[in-house]
Design a protein around this ligand. Structure first.
Ligand code: ACO
Length: 324
């Protein structure tokens, strides 16, 4: 018998305010045509004034717990992926822990930018497999709008705010690909590429929060290569052919990057969950937001095999194969 981290619930939260490309045309020198053609993004959600990452995360966590039919008191572990925490410290996860009324367990943040959710999933899965947690909340939550330079049209049109969460529960499996839960996770990083995508501020450098800076074309090229490799790695580790994957739930950075990975997998577009058009890039929140949308509208069904993949600043990248 093998311990598996089974996804027993999921939930999401999006701020009420929707910002369209037409709205952005009033802020920077851009056009709906340019944004749609280069990225596939049409609109994104933006947190209200005073609405923080912890607020978004709390709502997503409550929705996921309700979906799982579990109380916060049963949760042993919260891993929250974010690059936009409420404060430099303490971890936003501890704020969510308190808000949920949890007086026990462990809560901490994971920082891997757009790969954050896959990283957090891997961390929680390893806690569960090591017997150190039985029920874990994995949250991806971001208020990326707060670290955008709203005068830089090359970045401010790309991102949005939101949160998604899943509940993992330790269950016994047979150790085969037929098991429900997380089958494998695959993480990578290469710090040599720091300057291609980073925030130009921080407590130890500038004592400011800073803004997102990106060399878009280079990020694009690395993303296409790294994602194709990690997806192949995940399939090989499980002895699977791309045709056996029911759903690809990619990080939602850019429709062209998503299409490229799907093409490499020879995956029909109807098996790829795309939300970038109405969410933009929500960094660590993008995979759980897309996953929840496809679960809620009935596309992803219990027992389906789901491949998640992401790439972000660092660079960091990774994949997870999950049977829902
Ligand atoms: N509106 C209008 N014109 C623009 C805009 C804009 N918002 N932004 C840039 N331009 C202009 C540029 O100034 C440039 O003009 P020029 O030719 O006169 O110099 C022209 O459009 C082309 O710019 P490029 O940067 O070459 O455009 P590109 O086709 O590479 O698209 C983009 C840019 C969308 C950022 C693309 O490189 C990309 O998606 N990269 C991946 C980045 C990403 O997704 N990062 C997210 C985090 S990492 C991850 O999640 C994978």
């Amino acid at each position: 018998m093998t311990i598996r981290s089974v996804m027993v619930g999921c939930g999401a939260y999006l701020p009420a305010r929707v910002m369209t490309n037409a709205d952005l045309e009033k802020v920077v020198d851009t056009s709906d045509d340019w944004i749609v053609e280069r990225t596939g993004i049409k609109s994104r959600h933006i947190a209200a004034e005073g609405e923080t990452t912890a607020d978004l995360a709390e709502q997503a966590a409550r929705a996921a717990l309700a979906h799982a039919g579990l109380d916060a008191g049963q949760v042993d572990l919260i891993v929250l992926a974010t690059a936009t925490p409420d404060h430099t410290f303490p971890a936003t996860a501890t704020k969510v822990q308190a808000r949920l009324g949890m007086t026990r367990g462990v809560a901490f943040d994971v920082q891997a930018v757009c790969s954050g959710f896959v990283y957090a999933l891997a961390v929680a899965d390893n806690f569960i497999k090591a017997g150190q947690a039985k029920v874990a909340l994995v949250i991806g939550a971001e208020t990326f709008s707060r670290i955008l330079d709203w005068e830089d049209r090359t970045t401010c049109v790309l991102f949005g705010d939101g949160a998604g969460a899943v509940v993992l529960k330790a269950e016994e499996g047979r150790g085969t690909g037929a098991d429900r839960g997380i089958l494998t996770t695959h993480l990578h990083s290469d710090g040599r590429h720091h300057d291609m995508l980073f925030v130009d501020g921080g407590p130890s450098t500038t004592q400011t929060v800073g803004h997102v800076r990106m060399r878009g074309q280079e990020v694009f090229k690395h993303a296409v290569v790294n994602l194709a490799e990690v997806v192949e790695e995940a399939l090989a580790a499980n002895g699977l052919e791309p045709s056996q994957i029911d759903w690809l739930v990619p990080h939602q950075a850019n429709k062209r990057i998503i299409d490229s990975t799907a093409r490499k997998l020879k995956m029909d577009g109807t098996k790829v969950v795309v939300t970038v058009d109405h969410h933009g890039n929500t960094s660590a929140a993008s995979i759980p937001l897309a996953f929840v949308e496809a679960v809620q509208d009935g596309r992803i069904k219990r027992g389906d095999l789901v491949l998640m993949e992401a790439m972000g600043g660092g660079f960091t990248w990774g994949a997870a194969l999950v049977r829902w």
